[in-house]
Design a protein around this ligand. Structure first.
Ligand SMILES: NC(=O)CCC(=O)C(=O)O
Length: 260
C-alpha cells in the first residue's frame, strides 16, 4: 500500500490561534493540490509555547480545533495528524495530538507523556496517560510528541504489537537538530518502521526552531528532508517495505525479553 505523506513545516504565530488556523489551512490546501493522502502538523501549532497565557488561548476540550480539522479533512480530502494543540480541561492543560480521517471521523487523541522541563512544560501542563497508537488504512500506527522520541522504551510498545509507522509532531530547537535527526533515524531502524516527523520553523521569544522535517523508511534511509523555511516535505510511503525489512532481519522474533 502506497500513501503520499506531507509534513506541514510551518512557522507559528506566538499565542495567536486565529492566524495559525489560517496558515495551517493554506498548507493543507496546498498538500491536497499535491494529491497527498495524509498531512501532519507540528507541535502546539495553534498557540506555540505561549504557556503563560494558556488559560486565555488554549482550546476548551479541543472543540475548536476538532471542528477545524474535521472541516479541512472533508474539504481537502486528506487524513490529518493534527499535530498537537494546547487543550484546556477541568483537570488542567494538556499538549494533545488529534487525528481525523478524510471523512471527518475522529480517530485518536493522545496527550504528550514526557514533559520537557527545559521549555517549562512541567510548570504549565499535565502529562497524558494513554498510548499514541491508532489505526488508519487498516494499518497500526503510533503518534509521538517531540521530547517523547527520547524514550525508546515507550515508543517501542505499539511496534511490539505490529505498528508500521511513527508520526512525530515537534517544536524542536535548532541547537539540538543533530539529536532530532539521529533519534528519529534510530527509532526507524530499531522499530523497522516509517518515521514521518514534522518540526516547525521560525522563532519564539525563547527559541529558534530547526525545521528539517523528515520522512524516513524502515531501513533508516531519509527519503525526504526539509530545510529551515516554511514548506511541505512530501514523500510516498510503501507499507509493504515494512514487512520486507522485518522478514530480512527478524528483530521482533529474535528478541529475548526474558533477559531484558
Ligand atoms: N518541545 C519539545 O519537547 C522539545 C524537545 C527537545 O528540544 C529535546 O531536545 O528533547
Amino acid at each position: 500500500m502506497l500513501k503520499k505523506m506531507a509534513c506541514i513545516q510551518m512557522d507559528i504565530h506566538f499565542g495567536q490561534p486565529e492566524k495559525n488556523y489560517e496558515n495551517a489551512e493554506k498548507w493543507i490546501h496546498k498538500a491536497s493540490e499535491e494529491k497527498c493522502d495524509l498531512v501532519i502538523l507540528p507541535e502546539l501549532w495553534t498557540t506555540g509555547y505561549d504557556l503563560t497565557r494558556l488559560s486565555e488561548i488554549a482550546d476548551e476540550e479541543a472543540k475548536q480545533t476538532f471542528k477545524f480539522l474535521k472541516r479541512c479533512s472533508l474539504t481537502y480530502q486528506v487524513d490529518i495528524i493534527g499535530g498537537s494543540i494546547a487543550k484546556k480541561t477541568a483537570q488542567g492543560h494538556y499538549n494533545t495530538m488529534l487525528i481525523v480521517d478524510r471523512e471527518g471521523n475522529f480517530i485518536k487523541e493522545y496527550s504528550k507523556l514526557h514533559l520537557f522541563k527545559l521549555m517549562d512544560e512541567h510548570l504549565f501542563l499535565q502529562h497524558g496517560t494513554n498510548s499514541g497508537e491508532f489505526t488508519l488504512y487498516g494499518e497500526s500506527f503510533s503518534g509521538a510528541i517531540c521530547y517523547d522520541i527520547r524514550f525508546p522504551e515507550w515508543i517501542r510498545k505499539p511496534f511490539l504489537e505490529g505498528a508500521s509507522a511513527l508520526f512525530v509532531s515537534a517544536e524542536w530547537p535548532k541547537p539540538r537538530l543533530s539529536h532530532w535527526r539521529n533519534l528519529l533515524i534510530a527509532r526507524a531502524i530499531e522499530n523497522q518502521c516509517y518515521v514521518i516527523a514534522c518540526n516547525r520553523v521560525g522563532n519564539d521569544p525563547n527559541n529558534t526552531f530547526g525545521g528539517h522535517s523528515l520522512i524516513i523508511d524502515p531501513w533508516g534511509e531519509i527519503l525526504a528532508e526539509g530545510g529551515e523555511d516554511e514548506g511541505l516535505v512530501i514523500k510516498e510511503a510503501d507499507f509493504s517495505l515494512v514487512k520486507e525489512v522485518r522478514r530480512k532481519i527478524p528483530v521482533f522474533s529474535d528478541r529475548l525479553p526474558e533477559y531484558y
